[in-house]
Design a protein. Structure first.
Length: 148
């Protein structure tokens, strides 16, 4: 039972909850980056080129000019058109803030049932850099090197 003296606090508590709760629903940047990386892995396995490049910036640079956004999309399309499958297994993703940007590092294992890129299959160490663009986190550069 609420006494009349405490009834004046209820509107204040309700206003505080209304002000605080929307902030709780905001997904932290680190989580957004991890989710984007996992989504790219799933899209690569599915051969969905558009989804693979969706979180990449228009000026994406892969391995110091080796692969841009368009070339990556075309590679995924080619694998899909040949009916080949690329398996992608991610290791833990570490995300570090660097000023207004973030760097995510992880290991990825690529496997395939096809023959298109046999020399590119294996375990890689990946470092990707992310920045805020259009209200979301976009990868603008990534580098990878074989672990073996």
């Amino acid at each position: 039972m609420i006494r009349s003296g405490k009834t004046g606090c209820l509107p204040l508590i309700a206003m505080l909850c209304a002000a605080i709760l929307p902030g709780c629903r905001h997904t932290p940047g680190e989580v957004q980056v991890r989710e984007a990386i996992a989504a790219v892995a799933r899209a690569a396995q599915a051969g969905a080129a558009g989804d693979v490049v969706a979180p990449l910036s228009d000026d994406f640079d892969g391995n110091a000019g080796e692969l841009d956004r368009s070339a990556l999309a075309n590679m995924v399309r080619l694998v899909a058109l040949r009916g080949e499958h690329v398996g992608v297994m991610l290791g833990p993703i570490a995300v570090e803030h660097r000023g207004a940007r973030m760097v995510a590092t992880f290991k990825v294992t690529l496997s395939s049932g096809g023959r298109l890129f046999p020399d590119r299959l294996g375990i890689y160490q990946v470092e990707s850099a992310w920045r805020r663009e259009d209200g979301g986190w976009r990868c603008y550069t990534a580098s990878w090197k074989p672990m073996m």
